[in-house]
Design a protein around this ligand. Structure first.
Ligand code: NAD
Ligand code: LMR
Length: 337
């Protein structure tokens, strides 16, 4: 096979252990915010996948250039660029999956919640367009604050009469990607064999890595638990500070976003045993939205694999820190709509 395909397979192998190189029915996938720091590299990774037959790229600026550029890549999928409000509905028409990384990123000193005022209405408007043009699409929300933008998206769809909780996902995959990498590095393990479930939300203390459920089984001292938990919870801030005003994680997020979308496409095409952690409507805790590992299927969320057995350390963080902060963020989102 051609070099680009070999390259794409090895590039995505670790990102998605469920990724199949065999050709499956193609899907129309839209990226909203496609000209941005996440949007461009994520679109590049999606362009390399044989699960995507049409890539529909939308932004308020810059999409003709990004689409022209990506369209020259020698893979099967077609690429179309759409720019501005008047082209949004056309972009979304017949989409199977919509990924949304549109909106502003953090600068040093900001919390994700500081993005609420700008990003809440961006997500609301984009999801309203999904309700009009692709009411059955899977909607994958990357825009922060995810703890609030997922409730916003859900409320918008509910109001529009097309809410299916199995089809709305907060993309928290980057927390799992980071946890896998940090644990593998700390313990000298081959990262391709490491899986750490990360539950809760996607912001500060609401991010709860379940280190006690790491596979392969690993033991940690209390100091290691504290240090790893803290690093995973604050990894986004680590990148924001390192970028020093130029934005937040884009490349690792593109990788994580592509991993999630490709897992979803694989499950939609009928592959069994596709599991990802994702922040969704949930009844496992008293928070109405909560990330846990899910088995994905043809219609999106299929089986909640739940919290499993928590250590005392994790139980106390869940009750004392995760749920109070998460419930606040969720209600802020729901109340907005
Ligand atoms: P960016 O500024 O580089 O790109 C954002 C893009 O969104 C820009 O191209 C902009 O033109 C576009 N945009 C703005 N308003 C729009 C609208 N109404 N419709 C369509 N597009 C619009 O930012 P980025 O670094 O790509 O980050 C995007 C978002 O993703 C931020 O909110 C950031 O916090 C979030 N993020 C989430 C995660 C996660 O784990 N879920 C990780 C990293 C970043
Ligand atoms: C991340 O975790 O990297 C993102 O949520 C971006 C951020 O603001 O930290």
């Amino acid at each position: 096979s051609r070099a680009v395909l070999r390259g794409s397979t090895s590039c995505l192998r670790a990102a998605n252990r469920n990724f199949s190189s065999s050709s499956q029915r193609g899907h129309r996938v839209a990226v909203l915010g496609a000209a941005g720091g996440i949007g461009q590299p994520m679109s590049l990774l999606l362009k390399q996948s044989s699960s995507v037959s049409q890539l529909a790229l939308y932004d308020i600026v810059g999409t003709p250039g990004v689409a022209a550029d990506l369209s020259h890549i020698e893979t099967q999928s077609t690429v179309q660029g759409y720019q501005g409000d008047e082209e949004l509905d056309e972009c979304l028409k017949d989409c199977d999956v919509v990924a949304i990384p549109a909106g502003v990123p953090r600068k040093p000193g900001m919390t994700r919640d500081d993005l609420f005022n700008t990003n809440a209405s961006i997500v609301r408007n984009l999801v309203q367009a999904c309700a009009r043009s692709c009411p059955e699409a899977m909607i994958c929300i990357i825009t922060n604050p995810v703890n609030s933008t997922v409730p916003i998206a859900s409320e918008v769809l509910e109001k529009a009469g097309c809410y299916d909780p199995r089809r709305v996902f907060g993309v928290s995959t980057l927390d799992v990607v980071r946890a896998n990498k940090f644990v593998a590095d700390a313990k000298g393990l081959d990262v391709s064999t490491v899986t750490v479930p990360v539950v809760g939300g996607h912001s500060g203390v609401t991010i709860l890595p379940l280190l006690s459920q790491t596979t392969p089984s690993v033991s940690f001292t209390t100091e290691e638990l504290d240090a790893l938990t803290d690093r995973i919870q604050n990894a986004g801030t680590e990148v924001v500070n390192a970028k020093a005003g130029a934005g937040s994680a884009t490349l690792s997020m593109a990788y994580a976003g592509a991993r999630f979308v490709l897992s979803l496409l694989k499950a939609m095409s009928g592959s069994p045993d596709v599991v990802e952690c994702t922040f969704v409507k949930s009844d496992v805790t008293d928070a109405p939205y909560f990330a846990t590992p899910w088995r994905l299927g043809k219609n999106g969320l299929e089986q909640n694999l739940g919290l499993g057995s928590l250590s005392d350390y994790e139980k106390s963080k869940l009750e004392g820190e995760v749920l109070p902060a998460l419930n606040k963020d969720i209600h802020k989102g729901s109340d907005f709509v």
